[in-house]
Design a protein. Sequence first.
Length: 247
Amino acid sequence: MNWNKKQEAYLLNNYSKLTARQIGQFLGKSLESVRAKAFRLGIKSNYFDRITYKVNLGSFSVPNLINSYWAGFLAADAHINHTFIRLELSSKDEQHLLKFKNFVQFQGPVYRYKNKKRDSQSIRISSCQKIIKELNTNFDISFNKSQDLKFPSNLDTTLVKAFLVGFIDGDGCIQIAGKNNGYPYLTLCLLGTKNFLEQFKKFCKKEYDIDMFNRKIVKKGKIHSLHIGGKMQKLYLQIYIISQFQN
């Protein structure tokens, strides 16, 4: 659908004041159409940078069981920039998003997206450089975590386990792949960088006596994955215990 002069003028006057979604709703345009038009006109929005909401900036200052879990979850699922953290989850995981929102005492809104391609909700925490710095210092989470995510090196063993539970919740999948001697046979698929997954294999060998020597890390595109089955009851029990504490 073509844009007329009045619509372009409205976009120019309000792109730094309103979200692209709000502008689209007013003009009867899709979110994609508003963003594409703004790009062609060479205008940028500073809406999120202007508006900040209260958040507990000390949420990750001192590593503990709870914030180690959430650090692992952010390492898996969040988008982290120099000045903001954005966490978007499927609408079916709304309660988990709200748990994180409550944990960091974030007073901003939850943004909802629903169309043919996605049904999700997100929060965006702006001006949180202190949190971002401490995620890096305490948990080895960097801006470019999709490319250089490291295994946490500054945590004790218990907190590493909590971190891994959060990471598995975000970028892992535990499934029942049948039965073995009448008992459910569980498998774990975990996504991450090659370095992170290699360190994960070593950690499981040391802490749970799970030998993954023959478990290959598979690369598909830019994504590395590790598929694990077998005798992993100790790891799953630890995941369950920490998950219950987190809840």
